[in-house]
Design a protein around this ligand. Structure first.
Ligand code: BMA
Length: 360
């Protein structure tokens, strides 16, 4: 009888555990655990919409508190807020996209207070050459950053600056704000120094492991959730080739921009595969960056993006930025007066899509 009872107890605790998966960091803060579980729950309810630098600027404005281009169009902010930390490593005051880091922090705090979710990318400088993130002249950059490498100490200095910023992300009550961190992205392509042809599989994985371990163990940061995010891929094997491990990663994602007629098929295939991988691993799935020719294809939001993604269980799709200092037609997000404005409102009104008001 006693044995039976303890078996039952074990089974029921396993069931509770299965119902509430935990992030990869065993020391994740309660807020990070809550966010992770909230996102897994929301993944069953719909597809969240995200926009890069939504609170920082739009096609015709810069740094206006409380404004977002998405809200200008549909009266609701995105659910997911993307931010970019490139040039933080240099000790600069503003990012490579001309946003002051102090304003990024404020934006993250604001989004969090409103019930939104923050995700951070990092197009940081080539640590070996000093060139940009797009400097692919050396195949030795990643190796040089690993323990024993000639640029290891410099990389540590970069990570220390990153850590200081991450540790400054607090609520008014002094709690750390949980955020997704998505470094070394689009590595199935070779346009960034960490791309496929620029380092070996082992070097790429070692870079991830060193980075996460340093932030967790040396810097004692436990409010970050980590996103692994490829560019286009064809198979599960290809997707997972450089996957650094379930103990490091919380979200499996990919970036894919509409650059031709194969887009719906490729997007659908990647979405299908990534949602299956996420389900098997008990992790979150997302389209971490997207964008299409929304000034020409005025039904892109509903006919291309939404209809392609509708069948799959994905947490969110985030479209890239609406630069304030470039012509409006390069914007990937909607803005007041854009040719696809009406279609975006349809996209917004579709029960499948979730915006800020739907998730708080
Ligand atoms: C790219 C472009 C660049 C930008 C970079 C980092 O895709 O939008 O203009 O600097 O992302 O945000």
């Amino acid at each position: 009888m006693k044995k039976l009872l303890s078996i039952l107890l074990i089974i029921s605790s396993m069931a509770t555990f299965a119902a509430k998966p935990l992030p990869s960091d065993p020391k994740a803060t309660p807020e990070a655990v809550k966010l992770y579980q909230k996102m897994l729950n929301l993944q069953d309810k719909g597809l969240m919409f995200g926009h890069q630098d939504a609170f920082a600027y739009g096609t015709s404005w810069y740094s206006t508190e409380g404004r977002s281009d998405v809200n200008d169009v549909c009266g609701d902010h995105p659910a997911i807020f993307g931010w970019e930390l490139g040039h933080l490593e240099l000790g600069d005051k503003y990012s490579l996209d001309s946003v002051f880091f102090d304003n990024i922090r404020k934006g993250i705090q604001n989004a969090n207070q409103l019930g939104g979710i923050n995700t951070i990318s990092w197009h940081f400088r080539n640590v070996l050459t000093g060139g940009t993130a797009w400097d692919v002249t050396s195949k030795k950059t990643v190796a040089s950053m690993l323990p024993g490498g000639e640029k290891h100490q410099l990389y540590i200095q970069y990570l220390d600056k990153l850590a200081t910023f991450m540790l400054s992300l607090k609520t008014e009550k002094g709690k750390f704000i949980p955020v997704f961190f998505r470094p070394f992205h689009e590595h199935t392509g070779s346009w960034f120094w960490w791309g496929k042809n620029l380092c070996t599989v082992d070097e790429y994985k070692a870079l991830w492991r060193f980075t996460v371990t340093y932030l967790r163990e040396t810097k004692n940061i436990h409010h970050l959730l980590y996103a692994y995010s490829t560019d286009r891929f064809n198979t599960t094997e290809e997707y997972l080739e450089r996957y650094p491990g379930d103990d490091l990663i919380d979200m499996v994602a990919f970036d894919l921009y509409d650059r031709g007629p194969d887009y719906p098929a490729t997007l659908g295939n990647c979405a299908n595969l990534v949602s299956k991988i996420a389900a098997e691993k008990g992790k979150i799935a997302a389209v971490s960056e997207a964008g299409g020719p929304i000034s020409k294809n005025t039904e892109w939001w509903t006919k291309t993006l939404l209809e392609t993604l509708r069948p799959y269980k994905l947490s969110y799709v985030l479209v890239w930025r609406n630069p304030f200092n470039q012509p409006a037609h390069v914007a990937f997000g909607p803005y007041k007066g854009c040719p696809s404005e009406k279609d975006f409102i349809k996209f917004y009104n579709d029960p499948k899509t979730l915006f800020l008001k739907d998730i708080r």
